[in-house]
Write a protein that binds this ligand. Structure first.
Ligand code: NAP
Length: 293
């Protein structure tokens, strides 16, 4: 019996149980994936769950807001990716040690490559990318893009948070701008050549589906493509508006599935079908939207 789960708060709308249960079934494995709602101050609950991974009672855990950064100090070691990103989304036991990994970064890379390829858009090569937000997922995106040769700018409402990200992420330069300055003439002109926009804020996520992180009235850079990390709803307002302006755009469900698949492989050694996991995610997404609206 393979016990898997997700630590975070809130977690009740997570698609991960559906995705991982489908993966277990597809691989012929007996097991389950449980949601563990743990608030930020509940160290005892965190320690208990990690203790279960240590003793083998739980095979692996995903980690989400608000623990992605803080959980590192409770683990024995981090993979190079988790160290470079400064955030953990996957925990497992290896050689008796508790290991923290980050599959958001390679999951994003894989999903982005497929997305750009399907629109005949080039990848990297010194092109400029704009990331909206400077939280946990922005770190994974900034790391992935700089490693792949993109020239990255991060726009954040707390500029100090973005400066910290830029300092900590890698050996590459990451430019930082104030979110409020996006429509200002010099910034707007500089971003006109931008080839990729990534939304790494939760703006537009269910239930706030009328929100968009893109400033009202600001045209999208004409040669850009847009990747929205938000995946509930399946088509966000940002994706709708960018597409209507001729900008190829997608929301983040494929990234969610890619990072889940990589976590599943770490935990079980089995590689499930991506399509099975994606279909389970789509099915669950429809159920969530239908029941909550
Ligand atoms: P996070 O760590 O809380 O970071 C969110 C960032 O967005 C912070 O910089 C935050 O700034 C900024 N932000 C929030 N509201 C804002 C607003 N109204 N205006 C400007 N900036 C704002 O969250 P996260 O883990 O990075 O997740 C971000 C989104 O990505 C979530 O919707 C999450 O579901 C999604 N996500 C998707 C995947 C996927 O696989 N598709 C993976 C990871 C995350 P402050 O710090 O100032 O609040």
């Amino acid at each position: 019996m393979i016990r898997l789960g997700l630590i975070g708060h809130p977690v009740e709308h997570s698609l991960s149980p559906a995705i991982h249960r489908a993966a277990l079934t597809a691989c012929g494995l007996e097991g389950d994936y449980t949601l563990f709602p743990v608030v930020v101050a509940d160290h005892a609950a965190l320690q208990d769950l990690l203790g279960e991974v240590r003793t083998g009672g739980i095979r692996g855990l995903n980690v989400t807001i608000p623990h992605k950064r803080t959980i590192a100090s409770l683990l024995d070691t981090l993979t190079p990716t988790a160290t470079a990103v400064g955030a953990v989304n996957t925990v497992f036991r290896h050689d008796g040690m508790l290991v923290g990994d980050n599959t958001d970064a390679p999951g994003f890379l894989s999903a982005l490559r497929n997305f750009l390829h399907s629109h005949d858009r080039p990848f990297g090569g010194g092109r400029s990318a704009l990331i909206l937000g400077a939280g946990g997922s922005a770190r994974a995106v900034a790391y992935t893009l700089t490693e792949s040769g993109w020239d990255v700018t991060v726009a954040a409402r707390r500029v100090e948070q973005a400066r910290r990200l830029a300092r900590e992420i890698a050996d590459h330069d990451v430019h930082v701008i104030d979110y409020a300055d996006l429509p200002a003439a010099p910034v707007r002109d500089r971003l006109a050549a931008c080839a990729l926009i990534v939304n790494a804020t939760p703006i537009g996520m269910f239930p706030g589906i009328d929100g968009s992180p893109w400033p009202e009235g600001l045209p999208f850079p004409p040669r850009a493509a847009l990747y929205d990390l938000v995946y509930v709803p399946r088509v966000t307002r940002l994706v709708r508006e960018a597409s209507a302006d001729g900008v190829p755009a997608t929301a983040g469900l494929e990234m969610l599935v890619e990072q889940a698949l990589l976590s599943f492989v770490r935990w079980t050694g089995h590689t499930p079908s991506r399509d099975v996991m994606l279909n389970a995610a789509k099915y669950q997404l429809e159920a969530v939207q239908c029941c909550d609206s």
